[in-house]
Write a protein that binds this ligand. Structure first.
Ligand SMILES: Nc1nc2c(ncn2[C@@H]2O[C@H](COP(=O)(O)OP(=O)(O)OP(=O)(O)O)[C@@H](O)[C@H]2O)c(=O)[nH]1
Ligand SMILES: [Mg+2]
Length: 239
C-alpha cells in the first residue's frame, strides 16, 4: 500500500522547512516499512517556499507547482494528479490537524474497503474546535450547514482541511474538477457522491492555530459564487 501525502503551500516560507522535516520524520517512522511520497504543491509562492523544501533533499519528498497564485483547489489538484499512491491524502502546510491524523485517516479508509473518501471532522471530536474564537466557530459551523443544504448531503464537516481518497478515484475525480479556490472540497464531495461513492468521517482536532490568512468576506462570497458554478457544471456534464 502506497500513500501519497499532498501539501498545498502558498507563501509558507516561515514554517515550511519545519513542516517538511516533521512530516518526513513522521512518514519514515510510520510508513517507512511500506511506501509513501510527500508532494508539496507550490501555489505560486513569492517567498521561495518550494526552494526551501527542495534544498532539504528529504527522501520521497518532491515539489510540483506553477508560478501564478491560483488557489488552494488548484494546488491540491496539481499534487493529486501527480500522485501515484493507492491512497491519496491532503492536509495543510501548517499541520493544523497534527501528524497522527495521517495514520488515523489512512487506517479508516483501509478498514472501510467500500469507502471512496474519508473526511476529517472537527464536529465529531468533543474538543475539535478548541482554541477557535466564538465568532470563527459559529462562522465555520454556519458555512458547513450552507454547504450541506446546497449540496444535498449531511456531512458534519465538509470543509476540514484534511481528506483522504482511494488513489484511482482521487485522480479520476480531480481530473474533472475545475474549482481553483477553497470551494474545491465541495466539488470533490459532489463528484464522489455522483459516482455513487461512500464517504466516511473521521474525528479530528485542530492542534495548531495560527493567524488566519483567509479574508472572511471576500473568500466567503467567492465560495458562494463557486458553489453555484460547481452545481451547474456537474449537472450539465455527461455521466
Ligand atoms: N490562504 C491561502 N492558502 C493557500 C493558497 N493556496 C494554497 N494554500 C494552502 O492551503 C492551506 C490552507 O491555508 P490556510 O490559509 O491555513 O486556510 P484555512 O486553513 O482554510 O483557513 P484558516 O482556518 O484561517 O487557517 C495551506 O497549506 C496554504 O499554504 C491560497 O491561495 N491562499
Ligand atoms: Mg489553516
Amino acid at each position: 500500500m502506497k500513500l501519497s501525502l499532498c501539501i498545498p503551500m502558498y507563501n509558507e516560507a516561515s514554517i515550511i522547512e519545519k513542516t517538511a522535516k516533521e512530516l518526513s520524520a513522521y512518514m519514515e517512522q510510520t510508513f517507512g516499512g511500506s511506501d509513501y511520497e510527500i508532494i508539496f504543491s507550490d501555489d505560486g509562492s513569492l517567498d521561495g517556499s518550494a526552494d526551501l523544501v527542495n534544498a532539504l533533499s528529504l527522501p520521497n519528498v518532491r515539489t510540483v507547482g506553477y508560478s501564478d497564485n491560483r488557489g488552494k483547489g488548484c494546488a491540491v489538484r496539481t499534487a493529486v494528479l501527480a500522485s501515484v499512491g493507492d491512497i491519496v491524502m491532503f492536509t495543510d502546510a501548517d499541520l493544523a490537524y497534527g501528524t497522527s491524523v495521517i495514520k488515523s485517516m489512512t487506517d479508516a479508509l483501509i478498514a472501510a474497503p467500500d469507502a471512496s473518501m474519508a473526511i476529517g471532522s472537527r464536529n465529531l471530536s468533543s474538543n475539535g474546535y478548541e482554541g477557535y474564537t466564538f465568532l470563527r466557530k459559529i462562522a465555520s459551523k454556519a458555512y458547513i450547514k450552507v454547504l450541506c443544504i446546497a449540496g444535498g448531503f449531511s456531512l458534519s464537516d465538509s470543509q476540514c482541511g484534511c481528506k483522504a481518497y482511494r488513489g484511482d478515484i482521487a485522480r479520476k475525480i480531480f481530473a474533472r474538477c475545475k474549482t481553483d479556490g477553497f470551494a474545491f472540497d465541495f466539488e470533490t464531495i459532489l463528484r464522489v457522491q455522483k459516482a455513487g461513492g461512500k464517504i466516511i468521517e473521521v474525528p479530528v482536532k485542530v492542534v495548531n492555530h495560527r493567524e488566519s490568512k483567509v479574508n472572511v468576506m471576500r473568500d466567503t462570497f467567492k465560495m458562494l459564487g463557486d458553489l453555484r458554478k460547481i452545481k451547474k457544471n456537474i449537472k450539465n456534464e455527461e455521466p
